[in-house]
Write a protein that binds this ligand. Structure first.
Ligand code: HPA
Ligand code: ZN
Length: 324
């Protein structure tokens, strides 16, 4: 099964570039940029990854970004992930990046997007990995800040496929960003939002993303299973749900294999993703292997999950046909 999973050409739709920062690269960039890290070795850094919920993960995730300063740093980070993706037989990626987590430290939007986009272009020719970018807003920052960043992105619009919403969900409902997402849609961008597992008001948040924001996809969204009405809506709209098993294991102590099976049985469109693979120590193949081991997924079910990634992607119809 492991070899079967490794050999399948795959897509990944839910991976945060900042969550791919490996400790070794962190140390190299810290030395280059004169940044002091808390840990003395990569092993010590990994040993301190003891998250048990979303906020405890986010604290470590944001602290880790302090080493990313110049355009070349963002290039190296992105090239390292896309190289890893190629090794995992991932042929297509939709990649999140969090510009506010960088501009708030004095790194310009131009620096961030230029480095990431240069790697994206090089990966297409050098690695045969196709990649599109999703600008993610931080929901624990203001809607005004999100709108300012959308305006900053306007000159780079041809480099983006969509916008997303991540970070701490508590007291930050989707509707806080209604105007920002409406504007993004007018600009021709696709829309997705995180509805992390077991957050406060999760069903109301899922309802808002479907009915009010009218997203094109939902990130995580596992709690949808508690509402027949929302499941029926998601099914009718063929909304992809980008589930992240190993990430869920950290946040809710479960790989959610039963929930993923239930989604398949209901005719929903779940797909499997790594979220923050460096922090959770599992890239896409490791997520699929762990899921298969826990849930006893058949080869056909694994193929369906991988096909769902392409179906839920924001490739053109011709682009999808090329891979499916
Ligand atoms: N949830 C919310 N915010 C995030 C995540 C996540 O899984 N990963 C990076 N930022
Ligand atoms: Zn995520």
């Amino acid at each position: 099964m492991k070899t079967f999973i490794e050999n399948m050409p795959k897509a990944e739709l839910h991976v945060h570039i900042e969550g791919t920062l490996e400790p070794e690269l962190s140390f190299a960039l810290a030395q280059k940029n004169g940044v002091t890290l808390n840990a003395k070795t990569p092993e010590e850094m990994i040993a301190a990854y003891n998250f048990h919920d979303l906020p405890s993960f986010l604290d470590i995730y944001y602290a880790g970004m302090s080493v990313l300063i110049g355009e070349e740093d963002f290039y190296q980070l992105t090239m390292a992930y896309l190289t890893r993706a190629a090794q995992q037989n991932i042929v297509y990626v939709e990649l999140f990046f969090d510009p506010q987590a960088h501009t708030s430290r004095g790194v310009s939007f131009h620096t961030v997007i230029s480095g990431i986009d240069r790697a994206r272009t090089d990966a297409a020719t050098q690695l045969n990995v196709e990649c599109q970018l999703i600008l993610c807003f931080l929901r624990d920052m203001s809607a005004e800040s999100a709108m300012q960043h959308l305006m900053m992105a306007e000159p780079y619009i041809d480099k983006l496929v969509g916008v997303g919403l991540d970070s701490d969900e508590k007291n930050n409902p989707p509707e806080k960003f209604s105007a920002v997402f409406a504007k993004a849609r007018d600009m021709g961008l696709k829309l997705t939002m995180h509805c992390d597992v077991n957050q406060d008001n999760t069903l109301e948040h899922i309802r808002q993303v479907i009915e009010e924001i009218k997203v094109d996809r939902i990130d995580h969204g596992v709690n949808i299973l508690a509402s027949t009405e929302l499941c029926d809506l998601a099914k009718a709209k063929k909304l992809g749900l980008t589930v992240c098993p190993v990430s869920n294991k950290f946040v809710v102590q479960s790989l959610t294999s039963k929930e993923i099976k239930d989604m398949l049985a209901l005719g929903l469109t779940p797909c499997i993703n790594s979220d923050d693979p460096s922090y959770f120590r599992a890239y896409l193949n490791e997520n699929l292997v762990a899921l298969q081991e826990e849930g006893g997924f058949s080869k056909q079910e694994l193929v369906t999950l991988v096909e769902n990634s392409f179906k839920a992607s924001w490739l053109s119809e011709e682009g999808k046909a090329h891979y499916l």
